[in-house]
Design a binder for this molecule. Structure first.
Ligand SMILES: [Zn+2]
Length: 289
């Protein structure tokens, strides 16, 4: 959760005196003990001796809150809750999914034919950061104007990071809720990064996303596995025939005639490879395809 800069700072003695302070126990016996309670449907947070402070809740709280740290980063104040999350296995859905890490504008494409778009926000924000950097490079280092621009860049970067993390959490949550087993391209396999860089999407933060997905899957008792990515866009998911298909064109198999979206075909291959591997490893994965 983050406090918007405009909301008026809590008045501490001297603005540089505290960069952070902590409420060590915000919750006990199923109740808020005083500080840290979100009020007004999460639009404010109650801080003892300060009052209700406007905030922007970036994510719903999960688990039981333990401590609250209020800290400053640049001009922004953040309320960071450390929560204890119990592992709560989700009920089996009988569904498995594979996904292809997408190229713009898609973040990922699933074997069910779902296209998850990357938020447009990032492009705009990155343009803005670029502009600010160019401006800053023309100012004298250490000058007031230079410092001010650096501060703006840091704030903008922080915003992008927050929004991205948020988007990653939401996307991972949906996948984990809907599927018992989730398969993706293995990012550690050399070559993939190069292809992706060429398409200019490495910055989408796949590694961060897969980390979040793995953590959520683990506490929900779901399976997440990386599979070999080679030829996933070239192989026909029905008959296995291999052919090149240009980006943006449908996959029309020269051997069996099946026609599908190029990326969905790739995602289906990833699912098939994942299921093969998962079964040979002895995992009990239910699937239907
Ligand atoms: Zn085919």
């Amino acid at each position: 959760m983050k406090r918007g800069e405009k909301a008026g700072y809590p008045r501490f003695q001297g603005r540089n005196r505290f960069d952070s302070f902590q409420y060590p126990q915000v919750w006990r016996g199923g109740k808020w003990t005083g500080g840290g309670k979100p009020v007004d449907e999460g639009r404010k947070v109650y801080l003892p001796k300060v009052g209700n402070v406007r905030m922007k809740m970036h994510r719903p709280m999960e688990g039981m809150p333990k401590t609250l740290t209020v800290k400053r980063e640049g001009a922004a104040w953040y309320a960071v809750y450390a929560c204890e999350v119990m592992d709560t296995p989700l009920p089996a859905t009988g569904s498995s999914v594979g996904f292809d890490l997408g190229t713009n504008p898609n973040f990922l494409i699933t074997s069910d034919g779902e296209f998850v778009e990357a938020p447009r926000f990032f492009k705009k924000a990155e343009r803005k950061i670029g502009q600010l950097q160019r401006k800053a490079s023309k100012k004298k280092r250490g000058s007031r104007r230079h410092r001010e621009l650096k501060r703006q860049i840091a704030r903008e970067r922080g915003r992008v990071a927050n929004r991205r993390r948020d988007f990653h959490h939401k996307t991972a949550r949906v996948l984990v809720q809907q599927h018992d087993a989730i398969f993706h391209e293995d990012l550690n396999i050399i070559g993939l990064a190069r292809t992706r860089t060429a398409k200019g999407v490495l910055d989408a933060g796949w590694a961060d996303f897969l980390g979040i997905l793995n953590a959520k899957a683990e506490s929900a008792g779901r399976l997440v596995r990386g599979v070999r990515p080679e030829y996933s866009s070239q192989d026909c998911h029905v008959c296995g025939h291999r052919q090149k298909v240009p980006i943006g064109r449908p996959y029309i198999c020269a051997a069996c005639g099946q026609e599908s979206n190029r990326d969905v075909n790739a995602a289906k291959n990833i699912l098939l490879r994942g299921l093969d591997g998962a079964f040979s490893e002895g995992h009990g994965v239910a699937h239907s395809h």
